[in-house]
Design a protein around this ligand. Structure first.
Ligand code: BG6
Length: 487
């Protein structure tokens, strides 16, 4: 079903996120007929634009970055509106209210409004307060929702403070915290795969699983975001949110039903079971790295410290590798090796489940153990590797694989993460949005790493285009294991 008529107000309408992710997502939803008959997108930012100029600007962006149909694009642009506003000035919200009333009347959006905060996080607490000053959080006339982009805070204390501030003006059911990894089809598939298959469900625990790897590698460096990234680092940028969410999907118990409460109850339960990191863990099980300059495939890549916006003596990590545990009945004693980094050899996100070997090696001492590789991106799919008899004399086992690629499902149009999440938020479905207690649980877990990285004793260099510091290999080598190095 299509969502009800509604209006989306995007704060930060001239920013990068709006141009790269939000507007393309809205365009594709529109082109696929998934938006309601009447909807409006009201861009808001400080720069003065007329509606016409705003439409023209976004049209140009869409024509250069997306495959568009001219007529559809033209029709889509008629739904775009613009209001210049100083977001920090409360009196300006009178203009916004007036404008919203007019849009509502013109476009029949019935007061249903979503405020999307695509702004720097410093405005996250100001905007809700200013909206509330003009009653724009009041749901007596249509729903009012607030979408917040990560980072939700900077550490545990600031996350809690932000949350209190948001809750002063909006109720939890109105707040949608976007972690775009939850919008990825293959991340959601982790649940379907685990809980819809009688073949795998019984095996998903410490009795059969030896260890789990989770990798989110990027080839790109920090690009133009050095200023932001240098204050964040890989732990805040990727690990605290995306990776721990993926880990929760791998580790959680089955929800009683697929709805926002049941799902998120289970997510937070497993997050609260992450084994707290001790001093010893920080010493032995954590590896932080920073990329250094290197020549890769004929291209010279600068080191992190030479990137624009990065301090020349920066001790910010661009790589994090951690061995961690989940303290519960299902996972007791099973290590999860989790890593993410910029300037690794390629862009790939995957989960690898390593099953235990059979108890007695009758065929050959080093027969391979079974592996299940869940490829989150790119080339989304699932690969299973298992042993078969090597043809010929004797009984030697040989590793073979069985592959499934999403692209072979011809009939399906895969929604991008933003398409899915925007659509869900318009439908009032918060299942794939991070709930406040989950965000808190993740900050609580990573807080010791944040404290440690204030002044890291060890920050290892790795050449851009390699798989991170060699010390990260030792995380597994100490347990007689190896990372999988996907290509
Ligand atoms: C963002 C991070 O949340 O996720 C970026 O801020 C990172 O640094 C991006 O590049 C990765 O997203 P994806 O979908 O490309 O894996």
């Amino acid at each position: 079903d299509k969502p009800e008529n509604n209006c989306i107000v995007i704060f930060g309408a001239s920013g990068d996120l709006t141009h790269r992710k939000l507007i393309p997502a809205f365009y594709h939803l529109y082109a696929n007929g998934q938006l309601p008959e009447e909807f409006a997108i009201l861009g808001v930012s400080r720069t003065a634009f007329s509606d016409l100029a705003f439409r023209e600007k976004l049209k140009q962006t869409l024509m250069t970055t997306e495959e568009v149909d001219e007529q559809t694009l033209e029709a889509f642009c008629q739904h775009l509106h613009y209001q210049a506003l100083n977001t920090a000035a409360v009196e300006d919200y009178a203009l916004l209210k007036e404008r919203l009333d007019r849009v509502d009347e013109q476009c029949h959006t019935n007061g249903n409004t979503t405020f999307y905060l695509a702004t720097p996080p410093s405005l996250y607490s100001v905007i809700p307060e200013n909206l509330a000053a003009y009653g724009l959080n009041d749901e007596s006339n249509g729903w009012k929702r607030l979408i917040v982009e990560k980072p939700f805070g900077y550490d545990l204390a600031s996350a809690q403070a932000l949350d209190q501030q948001l809750h002063r003006y909006f109720q939890e059911h109105q707040i949608y915290r976007i972690d775009h990894y939850l919008g990825k089809e293959t991340v959601q598939n982790l649940l379907v795969f685990r809980f819809a298959n009688g073949m795998f469900e019984p095996l998903w625990n410490r009795n059969f699983i030896d260890y789990v790897e989770i990798t989110a590698a990027e080839f790109l460096g920090v690009e133009e975001r050095g200023g932001y990234y240098d204050g964040a680092g890989a732990v805040r940028d990727m690990f605290q949110n995306h990776l721990l969410q993926v880990l929760a999907m791998v580790g959680m118990e089955p929800p009683a039903a697929i709805n926002a409460d049941s799902m998120r109850d289970e997510v937070v339960k497993v997050m609260n079971s992450f084994q707290p990191l001790s001093e010893q863990d920080l010493k032995q099980n954590l590896v932080l790295g920073q990329y250094t300059e290197s020549d890769v495939r004929g291209e010279h890549l600068p080191g992190y410290r030479d990137e624009q916006g990065v301090a020349s003596e920066s001790r910010t990590e661009t790589y994090v590798g951690l061995k961690m545990f989940i303290d519960n009945w299902r996972w007791s004693g099973v290590p999860f090796y989790v890593r993410t980094g910029k300037r690794l050899p390629t862009r790939v996100t995957e989960v690898v489940i390593h099953f235990k070997k059979t108890p007695h090696p009758v065929f050959s001492a080093n027969a391979p153990a079974n592996k299940l590789i869940i490829r989150i991106q790119p080339d989304e799919g699932i690969l299973m590797s298992f042993g078969l008899k090597k043809p010929g004399a004797g009984f030697e086992a040989k590793d073979v694989s069985m592959d499934f690629h999403y692209e072979s499902l011809e009939e399906t149009h895969m929604l991008t993460a933003y398409e899915r999440l925007l659509l869900d938020s318009m439908n009032g479905d918060a299942t794939l949005f991070a709930r406040t207690d989950a965000v808190k649980a993740c900050w609580k877990f990573v807080q010791p790493i944040l404290d440690y990285k204030e002044d890291p004793k060890h920050l290892y260099g790795y050449a851009a285009g390699t798989w991170g510091p060699k010390e990260a290999d030792a995380l597994l080598a100490g347990d007689k294991r190896e990372w999988r190095f996907p290509c």
